[in-house]
Design a protein around this ligand. Structure first.
Ligand SMILES: Cc1cc2nc3c(=O)[nH]c(=O)nc-3n(C[C@H](O)[C@H](O)[C@H](O)COP(=O)(O)OP(=O)(O)OC[C@H]3O[C@@H](n4cnc5c(N)ncnc54)[C@H](O)[C@@H]3O)c2cc1C
Length: 393
């Protein structure tokens, strides 16, 4: 039996971020992951300013190392296209940012970077280790795992669930895990090469279409002339319409006037792969006695745009502060962390679900895109984004 202060389940961006902050605080911990690294994670590979902010908080040089080592592509803007093909494009090349506000990085590389930088002085990292059981007593938590050496366990003062979308920690603790379809998105991803027509600033391209609403199609440029392409939709609509996301994905590529041109010489590098995105809602309990959830395990995903890496890492940073407090005070009730998170993302939750609703009505989305294209409103909204992002940089 291995004894430690904290045991983290899952070494994606959320789990490794908890680990990096615990190491900074000199708190010994064990980090378990079932995968062999480097490992893929189905994702759009869009890396946002909140990720960069979290990396800088871990250590000032961390962001530079990340940009250098992860083969990232700097992206200077994004474009939404309404159901009639009308564009709303935001270009931030001249916004005075110290670095690109968005990057794309294959998760294979990004997650491997975060794992490669774990601090062995405080973090005992155990890859290829599957968590198979968790039990709680008033004094500790025991996490049972299996790996090449057989079955064993870790005894810790608390367990942090960073296992991603499919619940592990709550399931083994015998707790309910909120997983309603109205707060879940379904999405598929395909890596392509030779997609044409990306903007010279490597903008992220979003396409709305009546058939895939409430949802959208994306094409994000990657380096080496590759692209991350996918489609996502609200799970309750997928179920209600018995919707075939894969068929809709290929239909978009074949029938959408601009996409058919962009993909005329493109080659798929893999078959479509699907995964779920749990969106943030205060209805989800994410903490309790001797446990807390971070990242996708806690549903830290923006309900409108599907962004989850940044919020997952932010939840991990905030969780590490509550872990430190719990260890200091010997009060292992982690509810204050849950309250902190839902307070922190209060505005994003309201705005995110309002925007998500607009995706149900093509006319509402078309009107919004037309209004946002009016020069004065475009300048105002661009400035709002620039100021918000500068705050993160
Ligand atoms: C199609 C798609 C597109 C997306 N696009 C974007 C995007 O462009 N930008 C963005 O910010 N977000 C995006 N997201 C969301 C983003 O991928 C997630 O929010 C993010 O991966 C969450 O990270 P995490 O660390 O919480 O979980 P994960 O990255 O899923 O990591 C969980 C880890 O836990 C491990 N694990 C699971 N079970 C066990 C077990 N029993 N024992 C041990 N280990 C275990 C897994 O091996 C894994 O390594 C997208 C999601 C999808 C599905």
């Amino acid at each position: 039996m291995n004894r430690t202060e904290v045991c983290i389940v899952g070494a994606g961006p959320a789990g490794t971020t908890v680990s990096h902050f615990l190491s900074k605080k000199k708190i010994p911990h064990v980090l378990l992951d079932k995968s062999v690294f480097p490992r893929d994670k189905i994702c759009g590979d869009g890396v946002t300013v909140d990720v960069m902010n979290t990396l800088k908080r871990i250590s000032p040089g961390f962001l530079e190392e990340f940009i250098e080592e992860c083969d990232m592509l700097p992206c200077w803007g994004f474009c939404f296209r309404d159901v009639n093909g009308k564009e709303l494009r935001y270009d931030f090349k001249d916004a005075g940012f110290p670095y690109a506000p968005i990057f794309t990085s294959r998760r294979m590389e990004m997650d491997n970077f975060l794992v490669g930088k774990l601090n062995p002085e405080y973090c005992q990292f155990m890859p290829e280790t599957l968590v198979e059981g968790i039990s709680r007593t008033p004094d500790d938590v025991t996490i049972t795992y299996r790996n090449k050496e057989g079955e064993s366990s870790v005894q810790a003062k608390m367990v942090i669930g960073a296992e991603g979308e499919k619940p592990v920690v709550t399931r083994y603790l015998g707790l309910d895990h909120y997983r309603e379809r109205k707060h879940l998105l379904g999405a598929i991803r395909v890596y392509y090469k030779n997609v044409k027509g990306f903007n010279s600033g490597n903008h992220l391209e979003f396409f709305f279409d009546k058939n895939i609403m409430p949802g959208y199609f994306w094409a994000f440029p990657l380096n080496n002339n590759e692209a991350n392409v996918g489609v996502g939709m609200l799970s309750s609509s997928i179920a209600a319409r018995k919707f075939n996301l894969k068929a809709a994905f290929f239909e978009m590529i074949e029938q959408h006037p601009l996409l058919s041109e962009m993909f005329s010489e493109a080659e798929a590098l893999e078959k479509p792969k699907g995964w779920g995105l749990p969106s943030i809602t205060p209805q989800r309990i994410i903490a309790g006695e001797r446990y807390a959830l971070v990242g996708d395990a806690a549903g830290m995903i923006d309900p409108f745009n599907g962004k989850g890496i940044g919020p997952g890492m932010v939840s991990a940073r905030i969780c590490s502060e509550h872990i430190e407090e719990a260890l200091l005070t010997k009060n292992y009730q982690m509810m204050p962390y849950q309250e902190h998170m839902y307070r922190y993302y209060n505005t994003e939750i309201k705005v995110g679900y309002t925007l998500q609703k607009s995706l149900r009505y093509p006319w509402a989305l078309n009107s919004a895109i037309s209004v946002l294209n009016l020069p004065a409103i475009k300048r105002w909204s661009q400035n709002k984004v620039v100021n918000a992002w500068k705050g993160w940089m």
